[in-house]
Design a protein around this ligand. Structure first.
Ligand code: AMP
Length: 202
């Protein structure tokens, strides 16, 4: 099964991608997470990508496409954070055909509340937020330390929202035309959203 999750920043797509990957036992490819790892390693790609992520802009395709191609398995995957615009969708189409594109809608009011709450594990990447709390303060279930993403500051989130609106929303009609687009409401709690998504893909 090949699934893409679409949604505004902080709509919950990263969290849902992790839940779906665990539940369906399908590999998760989170492009933002792959970039953050490259940035942490200070690799050549990481050094080039960092300024874009800090400014909330899309990293150019000549850096992104080889990264995605390297991690795409031909069988099953959950893809989070790709495609981000029509050019990326067309590039993806040349490699693979998708089964489901799930769009997670979310109100801007909730996104504003989530900005300050989101933390992720520096070791395994697990995401915590308004309704997913760690058992031990600032510590992931794997024992890793919880960190705030550098691009989760209001100014950068608003920039990322504007980029989403302009560059990513055309993907909705692109995938609707292909009849593989399904919308769920991300304004509910995490497990209700997961159940809605699972109903669609199963
Ligand atoms: P995310 O973790 O999906 O919120 O992505 C964090 C940041 O990584 C984005 O704001 C972009 O700067 C960059 N990024 C992630 N996915 C892509 C992509 N498909 N194309 C370009 N830039 C991306």
């Amino acid at each position: 099964m090949k699934i893409v999750l679409l949604g505004k920043p902080l709509s919950g797509k990263g969290t849902q991608a992790q839940v779906l990957s665990r539940t369906l036992k399908i590999p998760l490819i989170s492009v933002g997470e792959l970039l953050r790892k490259e940035i942490a390693k200070k690799s050549s790609l990481g050094r080039k990508a960092a300024p874009y992520t800090l400014q909330g802009r899309l990293v150019p395709d000549f850096l992104i496409l080889p990264l995605v191609k390297k991690h795409l398995t031909k069988k099953s995957f959950i893809l989070d954070g790709f495609p981000r615009d029509l050019a990326q969708a067309q590039a993806l189409e040349k490699i693979i055909s998708l089964d489901f594109v799930i769009g997670i809608s979310c109100s801007n009011i909730l996104i504003r509340k989530r900005i300050l709450a989101r933390r992720s594990c520096e070791r395994c990447g697990k995401i915590y937020g308004l309704d997913v709390h760690p058992k031990k303060k600032n510590t992931c279930s794997c024992g890793g330390k919880l960190m705030r993403r550098k691009d989760d500051i209001p100014y950068t989130v608003y920039k990322r929202l504007a980029v989403y609106q302009k560059q990513s929303t055309p993907l909705i009609s692109f995938y609707k035309k292909k009849r593989i687009y399904y919308k769920v409401s991300g304004d509910k709690d995490t497990s209700s959203v997961s159940q809605d998504i699972l109903r669609i893909v199963s």
